[in-house]
Design a protein around this ligand. Structure first.
Ligand SMILES: [Zn+2]
Length: 121
């Protein structure tokens, strides 16, 4: 089967049904979580910014917010970071933003014990 959202191949046992769509586990979690509806404008503006800023070293509002949280906390787990950001991003979207920050050498990952942390570069 194929996921209706991201078109990834799904193992039969990982297949989820949501509102008539066949979804992979990740998209199903995204679909279930109410985060997207809390602040659609922020999500929308973050997305359109992302498009315009592609390739340029310009921080989107969400990226500067991520950096300021990293500065404040001195290192934070990805799940906690999603919470800190309120309802703006899913885990997946955060990883994408974070990858961009890593690319710009503004932030990085760090292992502390068995915890993977996100921190400022
Ligand atoms: Zn999917």
């Amino acid at each position: 089967m194929e996921c209706d959202r991201c078109h990834a191949d799904i193992e039969p046992e990982e297949e989820k049904n949501h509102l008539g769509q066949t979804l992979c586990e990740d998209c199903y979690m995204d679909a279930l979580s109410p985060v997207k509806t809390c602040d659609p404008w922020a999500v929308h503006s973050a997305k359109s910014f992302e498009k315009h800023a592609e390739g340029a070293l310009i921080l989107t509002p969400i990226q500067s917010e991520i950096l300021s949280i990293l500065r404040k906390t001195g290192g934070i787990e990805p799940q906690a970071l999603v919470k800190e950001l309120g309802c703006k991003l899913t885990q997946k979207e955060l990883e994408r933003e974070f990858a961009a920050l890593q690319h710009m050498e503004k932030a990085g990952g760090e292992k502390r014990g068995d915890r993977g942390l996100r921190r400022l570069w």
